[in-house]
Design a protein around this ligand. Structure first.
Ligand code: ADP
Length: 659
């Protein structure tokens, strides 16, 4: 009953449509699903077609917001071209769809459109038709019935692709158009040829068409490199074999000895460089939106007008590289596909992370190094402080010892005065007694005792003089200064050493200059200097085979030098740096004061002490004192140190008073 009602209803609608000559939305019955019949010119399973269908269905369903029933027929008209008007095919549609209430027929492809508009009109009269993926000139928009609309590629669609090819290959010498032998293929080849004319440049056009696929491939292989190969379409070859173009476009592109361009986005990726392409997925969406507009027309509203399929530029980055074509010459806005990221793009994250880690490590190492150097510096400063504290401690201890020695010297000099005075008066008394009360003495014995008493008195004087100076020194008094003849000082010192030299079996030689060797100062102090240096020299050459000490003077223009040289073992560098420090000694019984006293006396006389030391050649101590010009000499200080008794006793010491 229900079925019968619907048939009646449909029949009345068809009648109404036939009467008014145009489709109206009144056909659609509220409350039932929208029924859409999709007719595919080819098989519906080819990948581009699947893309189209998937988007078309989804968009339509989403936009309608009510149930949509899809019916789908793949006419495969390229292979069954002659059957499109056969009564059995129409009968099939009649049996299947008549009375079902198809709301819209969507014809995908040129021949599907033709089939829908003409034979099928008898089965589904007046049902609105929306065609998709059609192209001029096969579809002429001006000759379409009123209930037909759709989306159409312009006849000039090859133009932008050719323009792109010309930009990429400015040195191209020909355009080669490749096409199949089918009707749709020929229409595409024609459109491509007319595009080359409209391009306006005089490149020769070669058409490779009508051959079998097996014959086409070698032809493409032999093409000259400076060719632009344009893929028009290839659904059927010259031997009547049908193809899905997507299946063969890759082999054609790979065989071609020159870059190949095509019109469909799906072909980019199969080996063609690119082109001004249409997207089937995009067309699925746009066709669905057009269908929605058709279904939602108000009563009496005409069909929406035919729309133009938009093309956009796409290119395969890998093919640009293969043919050495510059990416920069691509038209603006080209969709560059399959671009492989550069090493930097690919490893950027890793490189950046590595840089960050390396930077952090660098900072850490730098910080550690800085810390270490700071620690070392601090340690060095600490050690320096410790060293200077130690030096200060030693200095304080030294000063303490010096003070003690000072006190000791003061005490000794005070204490010794009395015995010395007693010794002297005894010696003087002895001498007096001898002169008055010893007439019985043998003259030689008398003379001996006279000299003995004189010597004791002289040594006593010398000792007193030294003690007086030590006392003055300790009290900080300045000693009276007078001209002193250093030749005399050396002579008197040598005389005093005679006994010592003899005891040590040493030879003391005097080498005195003939020029006046006058200086200003204290004769006793100078004598002390010579004695200290000479005694050290005698100590140093103690173990020599023939111990020898030379005391010499040299008067120059502005200074007088007196030197003490020995043939001892010399002075090591280690000892040398402590030589003049008080209490420094290498001798078991030494005090370590001799050289300190020498230096202090010499410095008090504005002089200086130098040391020459050669290992195995002994040491030489030189003392340099400013010379007093002889014209300025008033009276010269004399030392009372002549020791005739000693001189007579000495057998080894020899004195040369000139040189
Ligand atoms: P002392 O004689 O009591 O040791 P000095 O101050 O006179 O004190 O001498 C200090 C040190 O200098 C000596 O112990 C010795 O090592 C060294 N010295 C002095 N004169 C000589 C020299 N002529 N040859 C080698 N070493 C010397």
């Amino acid at each position: 009953m229900h079925h019968f009602d619907r048939t009646l209803l449909n029949a009345s609608v068809i009648l109404a449509c036939c009467c008014c000559g145009r489709d109206t939305p009144a056909q659609r019955v509220e409350g039932r699903p929208t029924r859409v019949l999709v007719l595919f010119q080819q098989q519906a399973e080819a990948p581009p077609m699947l893309e189209f269908t998937e988007r078309f269905r989804r968009t339509l369903q989403d936009e309608m917001r009510s149930p949509v029933e899809f019916y789908q027929e793949a006419l495969d008209l390229d292979r069954f071209a002659e059957r499109e008007r056969s009564s059995s095919l129409l009968g099939y549609f009649q049996d299947k769809y008549r009375g079902l209430g198809i709301d819209v027929v969507v014809a995908v492809g040129e021949r599907a459109r033709k089939f829908a508009v003409e034979p099928l009109n008898a089965v589904l009269p007046g049902v609105p038709i929306v065609f998709a993926l059609c192209a001029e000139p096969q579809t002429d928009p001006s000759s379409l019935p009123a209930h037909v609309t759709g989306r159409l590629a312009m006849a000039s669609r090859f133009g932008p692709t050719l323009a792109m090819a010309r930009r990429l290959q400015p040195d191209a010498q020909r355009v080669v158009i490749v096409g199949g032998a089918g009707a749709a293929d020929s229409a595409s080849v024609l459109a491509a040829v007319s595009a080359t004319h409209s391009l306006g440049d005089a490149l020769p056009v070669v058409i490779v068409q009508g051959l079998s696929l097996d014959a086409t491939l070698p032809k493409l292989r032999k093409l000259p490199r400076h060719s632009i190969v344009l893929f028009a379409n290839y659904r059927q070859d010259g031997q009547g074999h049908s193809f899905e173009p997507l299946d063969i476009v890759g082999s054609l592109a790979r065989a071609a000895a020159a870059p190949m361009y095509a019109q469909l986005r799906s072909y980019v990726g199969e080996g063609v460089v690119g082109g001004s392409v249409a997207r089937f997925d995009e067309e699925g969406i746009r066709t669905a939106l057009l269908v929605v507009r058709v279904l939602r027309r108000r009563v009496g509203e005409p069909m929406p007008s035919v729309q133009t399929i938009q093309h956009s530029f796409a290119a395969d980055w890998r093919q640009l590289r293969r043919w050495g074509l510059a990416e920069s010459r691509l038209p603006k806005g080209t969709d560059l596909l399959f671009r492989e990221p550069t090493a930097w793009e690919r490893y950027r994250a890793i490189v950046l992370a590595a840089l960050v880690i390396a930077g952090a490590e660098f900072l850490l190492i730098a910080r550690l190094l800085i810390e270490r150097s700071q620690r070392r510096r601090a340690q060095f400063v600490l050690e320096e402080q410790q060293r200077s504290a130690e030096a200060a401690r030693r200095q304080i201890a030294h000063m303490g010892r010096v003070a003690v020695v000072g006190e000791l010297a003061a005490t000794i000099s005070h204490e010794i005065r009395q015995p010395l005075a007693a010794m002297r008066s005894n010696a003087e008394a002895g001498a007096l007694f001898l002169s008055r009360n010893a007439p019985d003495f043998v003259p030689t014995h008398r003379r001996f005792f006279e000299i003995l008493f004189q010597d004791i008195t002289a040594e006593n004087e010398h000792a007193s003089a030294i003690i007086t100076r030590i006392g003055a020194l300790v009290r900080g008094e300045v000693l009276p200064r007078a001209p002193v003849d250093l030749n005399e000082v050396c002579q008197s010192a040598a005389r005093l050493l005679e006994h010592e030299a003899e005891a040590r079996r040493a030879n003391i030689t005097l080498l005195l200059c003939t020029r006046s060797a006058l200086v200003i100062g204290d004769a006793v102090e100078f004598q002390q200097v010579v004695l200290n240096l000479a005694l050290n020299a005698l100590d140093a050459c103690r173990s020599a085979a023939e111990p020898r000490v030379i005391i010499s003077t040299d008067a120059r223009d502005h200074e007088v030098e007196f030197a003490v040289h020995d043939n001892g073992s010399g002075i090591t560098a280690d000892v040398r740096q402590h030589l003049f420090q008080s209490f420094f000694t290498t001798k078991s019984t030494g005090l370590g004061l001799g050289l300190a006293i020498v230096q202090s006396i010499v410095e008090r006389h504005n002089g200086r002490v130098c040391v020459d030391s050669n290992e195995h050649l002994g040491a030489t101590f030189r003392v340099l004192i400013p010379r007093l010009p002889s014209a300025e000499v008033p009276t010269v200080q004399r030392l009372n140190s002549s020791s005739p008794a000693m001189r007579q006793a000495s057998g080894r010491s020899s004195f040369a008073s000139s040189r």
